[in-house]
Write a protein that binds this ligand. Sequence first.
Ligand SMILES: Nc1ncnc2c1ncn2[C@@H]1O[C@@H]2COP(=O)(O)O[C@H]2[C@H]1O
Length: 226
Amino acid sequence: MEDSINPWIFSTPFFQGLPEVAVEIALTHLVTRTHPANQVILLENDWGGSVYFILEGWVKIRTYNLEGKEVTLNIIGNGELFGEMAALDEVPRSTDVITLTPTIIGSIPSQDFVKLLYTEPLAGVRLSQLMARRLRQVNRRLRLRESDSQSRVADTLLFLADGQGKQRQTGTEIPNLPHRELSSLSGLARETVTRVLTRLEKKGLIKRDQDSICIPDLLALERTII
Ligand SMILES: Nc1ncnc2c1ncn2[C@@H]1O[C@@H]2COP(=O)(O)O[C@H]2[C@H]1O
């Protein structure tokens, strides 16, 4: 479903601090759409001509291993962008992207995105910071691959909270995603994820309701990682 231009796009972290006129030019061809959960936005190996900004909701970055089993590489939400890789190196999409929740996404043509990078050094710095953060996440997950299940679930929650969690008085809030998604992201069995979440809740390190997981103290959760 296509909506009229959504003003939230202007408060996307990527655009913060850039000259207003440069942002307006970059967003000349902006299209904003509302998607239901479980809708495919991008398909691996497709050629694509747009870069996407998540205005509300969460998406899954998915690929398949050699046995054809689904692998969740990341889950990203509010304020994040995707589709920048094909825009930068002009090769097909590197992964699938699917909505996990009802999601509002703005898209702009890749050429407009790349033009902004040429004209505004700060946009280039922002993109480099985003890619550095994603590489740091991947390195961290590789390092924790052999760790115990509690460390891996705690790390998964922390990286969902990192920059994308909503700040509340009671702590940092992330959506209570289906355990199969957390399982795929942390590389653990679903039952193990369920068991660890219950244990973390008993220790007061997380609080759950139907829609969200709240982390009252990020540092306390971080300290449980071995
Ligand atoms: N590990 C990851 N974390 C977050 N986003 C990713 C990751 N891998 C791929 N993506 C995004 O998924 C997009 C798929 O299309 P692109 O290759 O154009 O650009 C890719 C990135 O924007």
